[in-house]
Design a protein around this ligand. Structure first.
Ligand code: 1CP
Length: 356
């Protein structure tokens, strides 16, 4: 099977990506990459020259162009809005910066109940540039779907409480276990902000959403269920009119519960084979993943074998969206990602008789 004209759908709803989200038959396995826009692309680096990340995220023309760059270069089956999970926090007034090479840094970390007042509800007026960028993108993308996204309450809380990127999430866990009422109030506020941010994107025309709970894999399943899942479920319930992808890193033990939070598609990192992930998640869900992003640095043959292995394991699922197990690494050669797209679109029917 090839990705040529025969596979071009007449409507965005019939795109391979949305068909796979809905667990319907697909003309080819759809593929896109988390962090497909960004530093791996020279055209992105050129455009970002002299503009800070948050400035770029609030400039609709730049957002539109940066979002389209990987679609043009790789021919992926979906675009993802160029933004960041901390954009809605900054929009409601949280003082933060995205520091190059570091990530989000919060000026005054969340410490006590008084800090809840710094997290008011988000209204569309806080983020007019997001709706504008989404509307312009939907026009430009034609039949290619646009994925909107947001950070899940736990992962956003981690940045707010730690004040920046963290390996162990120690302060976050201290708050979660030590002051469960304050924790619940914090996650409530964040769920409200996240849900409104996703609604802005959907109401402007996004075809699907991904809720990133990147760092929730740091928790045991029982604590996830009581202290995090209800808040993520609140967000996911509010966006049930489009397919919902839910993803985190190191979430092998949480896959079933993340599905139960209300996802239509569960994102899987590279640590769990897709066939095993499907078993853990259970029926009624599609999966997304899960090529190790480091494999693009291996030889072309190794990369091709791993792509085929991922496609093969994805056949266990009711729907499979090919992706990396986490974001594109900045040093990635764009040509390697182009090869991945070509291999995925060409499909894989099992090992050939010769040469194996
Ligand atoms: O593919 C794309 O086009 C999407 C753009 C995108 C997305 C989906 C960006 C741009 N950020 C995100 C989401 C995001 N941001 C997540 C969830 C996805 C994931 O797990 O990778 C997370 C955890 C963040 C937080 C963040 N922002 C980090 C990670 C820091 C850490 O804790 O390790 C970083 C480095 C950023 C900055 C950022 N966001 C996006 C870009 C291109 C950059 C780099 C910008 C720069 O350095 O100038």
């Amino acid at each position: 099977m090839t990705s040529d004209a025969a596979a071009v759908p007449s409507r965005v709803a019939d795109s391979a990506f949305l068909l796979a989200c809905r667990r319907e038959p697909v003309p080819h396995t759809p593929v896109w990459f988390m962090r497909q826009a960004g530093r791996a692309l020279p055209e992105y680096r050129a455009l970002r020259e002299g503009t800070s990340m948050l400035q770029a995220c609030s400039t609709p023309d730049l957002v539109t162009e940066i979002t389209l760059q990987p679609v043009r270069r790789y021919g992926v089956d979906a675009a993802i809005l160029f933004s960041d999970i901390v954009v809605p926090l900054q929009a409601v007034g949280v003082g933060l910066e995205i520091v190059p090479g570091v990530g989000p840094v919060v000026a005054e970390p969340f410490r006590s109940a008084a800090d809840l007042d710094r997290l008011p509800a988000l209204t569309p007026e806080h983020v007019p540039y997001v709706a504008e960028a989404v509307r312009s993108l939907v026009g430009e993308l034609g039949r290619t779907p646009l994925i909107g996204f947001a950070g899940a309450p736990f992962t956003l809380a981690s940045y707010l409480v730690e004040g920046g990127p963290s390996k162990n999430h120690a302060r976050t866990k201290a708050l979660m276990y030590g002051e469960p009422e304050l924790w619940s109030a914090l996650l409530d506020r964040l769920a409200t902000i996240t849900l409104s941010f996703l609604r802005v994107q959907i109401d402007a025309g996004a075809s699907a959403v991904q809720l990133f709970d990147s760092w929730v894999g740091a928790l045991p399943a029982a604590d996830y269920r009581t202290l995090v899942q209800p808040h993520s479920a609140h967000v996911l319930r509010g966006v049930a009119d489009v397919p919902r992808i839910h993803f985190g890193v190191g979430t092998g033990e949480l896959l079933h519960d993340m599905g139960s939070a209300g996802a239509d598609v569960v994102g899987v990192d590279w640590r769990v084979p897709l066939s095993e992930a499907v078993r853990r998640i259970g029926p009624g869900k599609a999966v997304q993943g899960n090529l190790d992003p480091a494999l693009v640095f291996a030889s072309a043959q190794v990369l091709a074998d791993k792509v085929h292995e991922t496609l093969e394991q994805g056949k266990a699922a009711e729907g499979h969206i090919f992706n990396l197990g986490h974001g594109v690494l900045p040093e990635t050669d764009p040509d390697a990602l182009l090869r991945v797209v070509e291999l995925v679109h060409a499909g894989f029917e099992g090992p050939s008789a010769e040469g194996r």
